[in-house]
Design a protein around this ligand. Structure first.
Ligand SMILES: NC(=O)N[C@@H](CC(=O)O)C(=O)O
Ligand SMILES: [Zn+2]
Ligand SMILES: [Zn+2]
Length: 344
């Protein structure tokens, strides 16, 4: 039987939510990953060191007994974030990054930043203490085509930001376009996370035989040429590209809705999905570094010591998972998948 043993991976972009939802999804992540960069887009968002400390304790309390997991916390940037909060975040040790959401771009982003330039004093402080900036890189201008919003953001906002703060370390999150790949390759102190859905699917899946809300996430899936560009980047062995699932749970009734939420749920089977993507281009030998080395290297954390094993065997992804309000539909629910993580 074909097996694949990896140093235990970490998830460098994850939504854990809070309360009963947190309790429902955390065991899945804990099974696959040792650490995760936890997104701060709660309602209300995690804007201060004290809120991050309290959220971190709620996560720690929800870890299944006997399991090891380290949540790496982030702060939600607003127009009003102060440089002093950045200094306090750096001193906290448990806050590893600051997250930028353009106001209104995605789930729970209404308190996000209205204009990047308003945060210049904060970026100066982040650059000074070497705190990474994580970006949801899309413009929100309704006049810009939804498929162009990442490329326009890079051109109009991110290139100028990096010109003002060349030493600010940035991670362009969940990249979806060849423009993003080109930007990351060309820019110092810049990395990117890549999700399983953006490696496996192009936008056709959204309309395959009907509208499929469980494939809807932001940034939206793009054309095939973009999928190929990010698959090439992920499997290239370049340490600027690493794993971030963007697993984003929403209850079934909120996805299957006349105005459905954005987000794909992959925490259950992320490594299997990534393995399929890497195998599709004969690059399984590149998976371990993408999943387990380049993220900790970027965040200047030690690589994990434990290992996990994937086995080449076919199983069916569950149709649904228990979740508050209704249920949770994992990506590719009910379909077969050809890798399986062994219980450890
Ligand atoms: N990716 C998504 O489609 N949704 C994320 C937010 C985000 O990462 O943009 C969520 O929190 O649901
Ligand atoms: Zn996002
Ligand atoms: Zn996200």
């Amino acid at each position: 039987m074909q097996t694949l043993t990896l140093i235990q991976p970490d998830d460098w972009h994850l939504h854990l939510r809070d309360g009963a939802a947190l309790k429902a999804v955390l065991p899945h992540t804990v099974r696959q990953f040792s650490r995760a960069i936890v997104m701060p887009n709660l309602k209300p968002p995690v804007r201060s060191v004290e809120e991050a400390r309290a959220y971190r304790h709620r996560i720690l309390a929800a870890i299944p007994s006997g399991k090891q997991f380290e949540p790496l916390m982030t702060l939600y940037l607003t127009d009003n974030t102060s440089p002093a909060e950045i200094m306090a975040a750096q001193a906290s040790q448990f806050i590893k990054a600051v997250k930028y959401y353009p106001a209104g771009a995605t789930t729970h982003s209404d308190l996000g930043v209205t204009d990047l330039r308003r945060c210049d004093r904060v970026f100066e402080a982040m650059q000074a203490v070497d705190m990474p900036l994580l970006l949801h890189g899309e413009v929100t201008d309704p006049a810009v085509d939804v498929f162009e919003r990442e490329a326009v953001f890079i051109e109009k906002h991110l290139i100028p930001l990096k010109q003002r703060y060349p030493n600010l370390r940035v991670v362009l999150e969940h990249i979806t376009t060849s423009e993003a790949v080109q930007f990351v390759l060309a820019t110092d102190k810049t990395a990117a996370t890549i999700t399983p859905q953006h490696l496996l699917f192009n936008r056709n899946i959204l309309f395959k035989g009907g509208i499929r809300p469980h494939y809807y996430c932001l940034p939206i899936l793009k054309q095939e040429e973009h999928r190929q560009a990010i698959l090439q980047a992920a499997t290239s062995g370049n340490p600027k590209f690493f794993l971030g699932t963007d697993s984003a749970p929403h209850a079934r009734n909120r996805k299957e809705n006349s105005c459905g939420c954005a987000g794909c749920y992959t925490a259950l089977h992320a490594l299997e999905l990534y393995a399929e993507a890497f195998e599709s281009v004969q690059a399984l030998d590149k998976l371990e570094a993408f999943a387990s080395f380049y993220g900790p290297d970027f965040y200047r954390l030690p690589r994990n010591g434990t290992q996990i094993t994937l086995v080449k065997t076919t199983w069916n992804i569950p149709q649904e998972i228990p979740f508050p309000e209704s249920s949770l539909i994992p990506l590719r629910a009910g379909e077969a998948i050809t890798w399986k993580m062994m219980e450890n």
